[in-house]
Design a protein around this ligand. Structure first.
Ligand code: GCB
Length: 627
């Protein structure tokens, strides 16, 4: 019990600390004035296995090289630490783990502003350089950074130390709980487990790239770009936020727009905020709407006269909804997509370019035109590919499993708003992002849920000047839900023939039709069937079909397809199968080494269902084609 109190006391204060809402978090891109260096690679690693999980703080592990505090093991960054070793206790570890490594900062950077940036650390992170704390961040899957000039040496080796804690509490996003068992007849001393309120493994660690980069002292801190279309012209409104100029010194910029080949296509603006018209603009289209020219990206080049240059990619496109349709560039759009996780063997949620590339090839092969970042923001490098290859994205916060009364506290809500703010800040200029999703399957049928999400949705509307539609993934019924009234597009997760009436595919058309019609009749908004799926073990067969076999998954899907086709010309604006590929969950009796609802295996190879989905999606590719 004493251990329990110390663990919780130690963790809880952190949840009040937030990342830099309102401050720029531009991706570290090099340019003629900026230099980017990666700190990816093998770091030293050590878990704090003390019963309180607190000994590392008592012993101040950040004050010296980690190897001098005890035995360290090599740990790749980026990766989740869980599946790298053969140590079960590390796979399932809850509490603080520590990383460190050495690095140099070139003397040539001495006059620059030097930044340290983490793409994602799950869940809490504290960062020291040469023994001095420089930043902390709460929440996985979003970047954070700080300036490190005052703590780094330009003439000697430096050490960066990172402490990471994966403990989830009722007010983290996503929430979870720690459960202690003190019955020493049944459990070893100090026994506790982390209970998750989500259907995926709580991978942890430094999961995305770490960058060190240098800018000029006066720098572009942030850029916001909003586009509209007038006739054949693209209208680009931008706003540049300055950084580092101090007390009123001049911050003069030269702004131009370049096309994909680097040609200047605009006049020059010297304003921090302006609107530039591009005649005969090439619009950003999903690949299925314009297969010959998908994902067209321009670049806003911002040159601060004193030196800094930043290149911000953007696309020209609009999104809007009517009561029955979703429009991209004023053309009706039908989403034939997938829900998916960012999850692979060994690396867990550690980001890598090979998997990112493979996944886009497989999505293209499947005829998928969009996906949802279930259920947390995906890597920036992956999002870049969505932009450039013309895939639409429903961009989601990690707000999954907000289902217990104590998940709706004011502190939790303010943290959820901060996370939404960070997500917006990171992804606001991406044309691929066509909707924000604030949550997955929360308790949306209570007064508590209504108040919480009304507030969060209003907050999100205020953030996004471009007014992207806002939604959440709903698993409640049309007659009890209290949050769908606030969203622009209603997304419903349905497992008819799986979690209800299991094995009975014959009920699907009837029940889904009734459901869709009632939702639309009540709310008069466009709908997406945003999850449906059946666990399937590849190679398991039975005729006639039986649950868990490849035959059942395909029989099941065909019933959904027939219903989708009935409503596609009415108010159904999308379908997203759950899910793209198998993924790992916590150990539980309904999961045979993870969730197997993928149409692909975890190795990204097709099940029979993938061929069926492909046939359907490729036939839909032409349905919204514009040329
Ligand atoms: C759901 C959840 C998703 C799960 C899925 C399932 O409703 O939104 O996170 O993985 O069901 O397979 O149970």
């Amino acid at each position: 019990m004493a251990g329990r109190c110390r663990l919780l006391r130690f963790l809880l204060p952190l949840v009040l600390w937030h990342g830099g809402l309102g401050k720029g978090i531009l991706y570290p891109r090099d340019s003629e004035s900026r230099v980017v260096k990666t700190l990816d690679g093998m770091w030293n690693f050590r878990a704090d296995n003390s019963s309180t999980r607190n000994q590392s703080f008592v012993d101040e592990w950040w004050t010296k090289p980690l190897s001098q505090t005890g035995d360290v093991i090599p740990m790749p960054v980026p990766s989740s630490y869980n599946d790298i070793t053969t140590d079960k206790s590390l796979r399932d570890f809850v509490g603080w783990v520590w990383y460190d490594r050495h690095f140099y900062v070139s003397k040539m950077w001495q006059d620059k502003r030097v930044m340290l940036r983490f793409g994602s650390v799950n869940y809490y992170a504290m960062v020291w350089i040469n023994g001095q704390q420089v930043m902390s961040h709460e929440g996985g899957h979003l970047p954070f950074e700080c300036e490190v000039n005052s703590v780094v040496s330009f003439s000697a080796v430096n050490r960066v130390t990172v402490a990471v804690n994966n403990t989830l509490t009722p007010i983290t996003i996503p929430p979870g709980t720690i459960h202690f068992d003190s019955d020493t007849k049944r459990y070893p001393a100090g026994y506790f487990v982390q209970n998750l309120q989500m259907d995926f493994f709580n991978y942890a660690g430094i999961q995305r790239s770490v960058h060190l980069y240098a800018t000029q002292q006066a720098y572009v801190d942030d850029i916001t770009i909003i586009t509209t279309i007038q006739g054949t012209n693209g209208v680009v409104s931008y706003s540049v936020t300055e950084g580092g100029t101090g007390q009123g010194s001049a911050f003069t910029v030269i702004v131009i727009i370049q096309d994909r080949d680097g040609n200047t296509v605009s006049s020059v603006s010297t304003r921090l905020q302006d609107t530039i018209v591009i005649p005969d603009a090439r619009l950003w289209w999903p690949w299925t709407m314009k297969p010959d020219d998908p994902g067209y990206m321009y670049t806003l080049r911002v040159n601060v006269v004193s030196g800094d240059v930043y290149y911000q990619p953007f696309g020209i496109r609009t999104v809007r909804v009517s009561n029955t349709q979703f429009f991209i560039n004023d053309q009706p759009f039908y989403l034939h997509g997938v829900g998916r996780h960012e999850d692979v063997e060994i690396r867990g949620r550690g980001s890598d370019d090979a998997t990112i590339a493979r996944d886009f090839y497989m999505k293209k092969w499947l005829g998928v035109n969009g996906f949802r970042t279930a259920v947390y923001p995906f890597a920036e490098e992956l999002m870049d590919q969505a932009d450039r290859q013309g895939f639409v994205v429903v961009d989601e916060t990690p707000g999954v499993g907000i289902t217990q009364p104590d998940n709706f506290s004011p502190v939790g809500l303010s943290h959820h708003k901060a996370v939404m703010g960070e997500l917006y800040q990171r992804d606001k200029n991406r044309p691929s992002v066509i909707m924000w999703s604030i949550a997955n399957e929360p308790t949306s049928n209570t007064a508590q849920g209504e108040a919480y999400f009304k507030d969060l949705i209003a907050h999100t509307r205020d953030l996004d000047e471009s007014k992207r539609p806002i939604t959440f993934f709903c698993n409640k019924d049309y007659d009890t839900d209290r949050v769908a009234q606030f969203v622009d597009v209603i997304l419903i997760n349905r497992y008819l023939g799986w979690y209800s009436d299991v094995g009975h595919t014959e009920v699907i058309q009837l029940q889904l039709s009734d459901d869709l019609e009632n939702w639309h009749a009540k709310f008069n908004k466009p709908l997406v069937v945003s999850e449906y799926g059946a666990d399937t073990l590849p190679g398991l067969h039975r005729e006639p079909s039986f649950i868990f076999t490849e035959e059942y998954q395909t029989d099941f899907m065909k019933e959904y397809f027939r219903t989708f086709d009935k409503y596609r010309s009415q108010f159904l604006v999308g379908e997203m199968i759950w899910c793209f590929a198998d993924f790992i969950t916590a150990q539980q009796l309904n999961r045979v080494v993870g969730n197997h609802k993928g149409v692909l295996t975890r190795e990204r190879q097709p099940k029979a269902s993938a061929h069926l989905l492909r046939e359907r999606y490729l036939s839909l590719v032409n349905s919204t084609r514009t040329n």
